[in-house]
Ligand binder design. Sequence first.
Ligand code: PMP
Length: 365
Amino acid sequence: MAEGASTLIPTPRARVQAMMEYHPPLGSRDALRLDFNENTLECSPKVREVLSQISAGSLTRYPEREPVEAIVAGHLGLRAEQVALTNGVDEAIHLLFETFLEAGDELLLPVPTYTMYQVYASATDARVITVQADADLAFPFARLLDAIAPQTKVIAIANPNSPSGSVASREQLLELARRAPQAVLLVDEAYFHFHGETLMYLVGAVPNLVVARTFSKAYGLAGLRVGLLAGPAELMRWVRRVLSPYSVNSLALACLPVAMADTAYLDWYVGEVLAARSEFEGALDAAGVRRWPSRTNFVLVEIGARHKEFVRLMRAAGVLVRDRSSDPGCDGRVRITIGTREQMRKAVVALNETMFALRAEGEAQ
Ligand code: PMP
């Protein structure tokens, strides 16, 4: 039948029709990428070596995740049944929500935070309860505790958080876990390497604690799409029911053990970013641009009413940054990823030119 011959077309589930849409500005990114908090350089040379040795024949086979899960668990000091590899942390979030959230349940979220929690929650029948951070964007601990209810089923905390860069303390996270024993406490440690504090060593000891990690940030493997979820075996066996046995591809599986073993590369990259961040923060202060404290590989800055113009001018100067104005409580704010010192020195030149242009325009108006 010719396309368009019938007006009757299949309709998606009501839940899907009501889903929140999210289209991050990917595309035309051949510039200095300070917009997605990725590693801005490259992965470990040892990982590249593994990739170069992958044979055409090996691609004919389905990926075998279990041996790699055991190796990754060993690196984390956990048992294999406590760890599930996923197609990025995004799949981990999706899985966890599909496993635990149903009608009548609540997902508790401090905001602003990572957008995909709300996107995946909107595909479930659960209600999302958000707790807005104050103007300083610090972790709203007391109000999160107050928002815990018997129907709270998942509490999702990015630690460090994005786009704020703020952190929750170990004591605060453990208190949330203790006060909501009926809920899964997801601690998303996507930016762990830049912060250095983790709850991973408590996985299994705290019955409702689940920790997520990604290989997209410090490891520089965003394109391979690999992350993990670690939690008590009793919870992870339900998550594994929902997880596709094939969702992590064989290239990612081949690279992971080498990526995790090359701690020298990771230490070098993280050290470079932290040095670049403190230089860049100095440059922001010198330029009179307000910033929020950051424990990670990005900084949130206050640009004000002309945030769109700022992002456009920075792009014209070859630097991509991310407008976060539509995040709750972030009007006029822009997030800038931190790369290497060399890259950030270029970013400072672009920033100074852009601020000069904006201020000159402001005065002319
Ligand atoms: N969690 C947080 C807090 C993030 O900022 C991001 C990346 N933007 C992710 C998870 C997604 O990680 P992945 O690339 O592994 O899906």
